[in-house]
Ligand binder design. Sequence first.
Ligand code: FEO
Length: 461
Amino acid sequence: MRKQVKNNVSWIGYLDWDLQKFHGDDFTIHSGSSQNAYLIEEEKIVLMDTVWAPHQFEFIKNLESEIDLNKIDYIVVNHGENDHSGSLPALMEKIPDTPIYCTANAVKSLEGQYGKRGWNFHVVHTGDTLDIGNGKKLIFVEMTFLHWPDSMATYLTGDNILFSMDAFGQHYAVEEMFADKADQETLWNEAQRYFANIVAPFSPLVIKKVKEIAALNLPIDMIAPSHGAIWRKEPMKIVEAYAKWADAYQENQITIVYGTEWHGTEKIAHAIADEIHRQSPETVVRVFNVDHTEKDDIIGEVFKSKAIAVGSPTILNGILASVAGFLYYLKSLKFKGKKAAVFGCYGWSGEGNKVLREKLTDAGFEVVKPEVKSSWNPEEDDFAKIPDVVKELTGGEEAGTASEAEVSLPKWQCPCGYIYDPAKGDPENGVKPGTTWEDVPDDWTCPVCGLPKESFVQIGG
Ligand code: FEO
């Protein structure tokens, strides 16, 4: 069965309602997906892409029920990855001489996967055109590294449709095939999750490509990606979203990711979440045990965040394997402009925070200095360090009135020169930030010289 897209353009792909995992088991699918192939029937008949190999026979049977395969004049392969080319070998058995239009890298990809079968390749470059009759033509646009070196988009004049391949897609099955018919929250969440996990590493190229497409001055009435819904109403909205997402995107959100053995590191994670809310109630907080949540879902939240906190207990002089695996994946996505903090418990040697710090720095995060490193279970003096950590992550924006009140509190100076600032407290010695001088315990002593509290004199306020 085909679904009409516009005029003589039909969708003839596979709606994958039951898909649970993608890229092997690497990417989690929550709302189905689709592999979108398109049929263009002008004076010439064009098949644009195919579907994943497991659905090849169903795809070809469906195609045959709609059209005599021998009437297909051209096949366009926008991308060689198996989810779009997997039906090609079986199809080409039936129509072996049909010309295939694709990039030079796609030839390498297809021959690499399926062997040299003598297919009739026609290599195209950006700006090349193919006349398909009725006054219409295809214009090819190389999309190198969006997301593979072979990726390409194809533009159909007259109908003004950009077949964008993986770019602008979502893993989301929509029966009507149009974005305006989809649940908008799911649609945009899935489009962003797709960007964060698949497109983000190539963000600089996205910005360049969006400009390049704009410079072609082609009217775009519709964007038809290779996964998920087709953007029919206001198609440039997803292009604008890509431009925004590719530019070190962040919202007022902080995400906490942790692994835990005996729940000590977990307690710190929860306490950090509480403190973020206390200091900055408008900041969205997300908390994930890395062992209980799919990594691509966590990444979707990290992508939106201005900062993250990552925790692991020390184990075997390092960190938990699950946290290490997550950080390895995080690094590959090349996020920019985000802060990070580290935390964790240890029993003996305590290298965990150091390793977290190194790995996050390596992943391109600005790791803040304050941290929580708790010997055995976290105690009051460990929790007392959290406000400083959070202050760094939120950019020092304490919750309105409380923060202002703290700033105006008087400071007290020790004869040795040390100044007690109530806004900072003395967390190292169990005095939380925000503790007024009156509330500092009587047995507290100067952290520099050890003089008692009564030796201090007021110097401000
Ligand atoms: Fe949807 Fe890169 O394949």
